[in-house]
Design a binder for this molecule. Structure first.
Ligand code: AMP
Ligand code: MN
Ligand code: MN
Ligand code: MN
Length: 275
């Protein structure tokens, strides 16, 4: 089993890299990519921690990207972690992430939540704040009953605490991953609520820019969805990737490495790493 998409507490996940590593070893995973949002700090640590010859760490990231006013996600796999361009982009993304967090905090203040940024930082244990941290603050303050409601009422696009962010564009993201020696993968294509036409436009644009693959299975993707995505991958000549998008037991319904298998027609992007 493999997992090429998950999160640690270096972004919005709950587990430390050490805990994730233990889970991966318990689950007998052969390949694990930690793909935190706009940071590789957890991956650096994970590499130092892993001493198992049976588990291979694939250096990963999940980049936030702006495409036609939508926030989409691109996974980078097999990155050279000392690439300067990659770190430049990460720094830029983190500045924008921080700026956005402060703006979200201001909006939440107007909605009756004091010091949301500080509270989010306290929960996170760092300052790479994402919307899930604010969702937790909203739950703790009894503004909503759970994280899903926090997004629905406050944090999702079009809701009162949503803030547009200057994430990098598709072109920059593909180039950055390629320049760092990695493979670019369009993450969870069905999560963006795009019409079929727009989704195909996004995938074509990504492919034309030099994109390598797309996630055919992500988290709790259904069998039907995975077959539909496998067809698109085949038609677009994209490799197929697969990951749980695990954020921790309380945040994810699919555990590490427990996502369904790829349809047999797919060409797995990880073939190159399990020779
Ligand atoms: P951010 O990168 O700060 O915009 O946060 C994006 C993250 O928020 C995603 O990776 C998910 O972990 C989480 N997320 C996005 N939409 C929702 C939602 N509707 N309900 C729960 N979590 C969500
Ligand atoms: Mn996340
Ligand atoms: Mn994502
Ligand atoms: Mn993710």
């Amino acid at each position: 089993m493999i997992d090429l998409h998950c999160h640690s507490n270096y972004s919005d996940g709950l587990l430390s890299p050490q805990d994730l590593l233990n889970r991966a070893l318990d689950a007998n995973l052969r390949l694990l990519a930690l793909t935190d949002h706009d940071t590789v700090d957890g991956v650096l640590l994970l590499n130092q921690l892993n001493t198992s010859a049976d588990l291979r760490i694939i250096n990963g990231i999940e980049l936030s990207v702006r495409w036609r006013k939508k926030d989409i996600h691109m996974v980078g796999l097999g990155l050279n972690l000392s690439d300067k361009g990659l770190h430049f982009i990460i720094e830029q993304q983190q500045l924008n992430r921080r700026q956005r967090a402060l703006q979200i905090s201001e909006k939440l203040e107007e909605l009756g939540v004091d010091s949301a940024f500080l509270k989010a930082c306290e929960l996170a244990g760092h300052e790479r704040i994402g919307r899930p941290h604010f969702a937790k603050v909203l739950v703790n303050e009894n503004k909503v009953k759970d994280m899903v409601s926090a997004f629905k009422r406050f944090l999702a696009r079009g809701r009162p605490a949503y803030v547009e962010t200057h994430w990098i564009d598709l072109d920059t993201a593909v180039d950055c991953i390629q320049a760092a020696g990695g493979h670019s993968v369009l993450a969870h294509p069905l999560k963006y609520k795009l019409t079929q036409t727009k989704l195909l436009e996004l995938i074509k644009e990504f492919k034309d820019l030099g994109g390598d693959g797309m996630e055919v299975v992500s988290g709790n993707t259904s069998e039907k969805e995975s077959y539909a995505l496998a067809l698109i991958a085949q038609k677009m000549e994209l490799l197929a990737s697969s990951g749980s998008d695990f954020h921790g037991d309380k945040m994810s319904s699919t555990s590490l490495g427990r996502q369904r298998a790829l349809p047999l027609t797919c060409r797995p992007i990880w073939q190159q790493w399990i020779a």
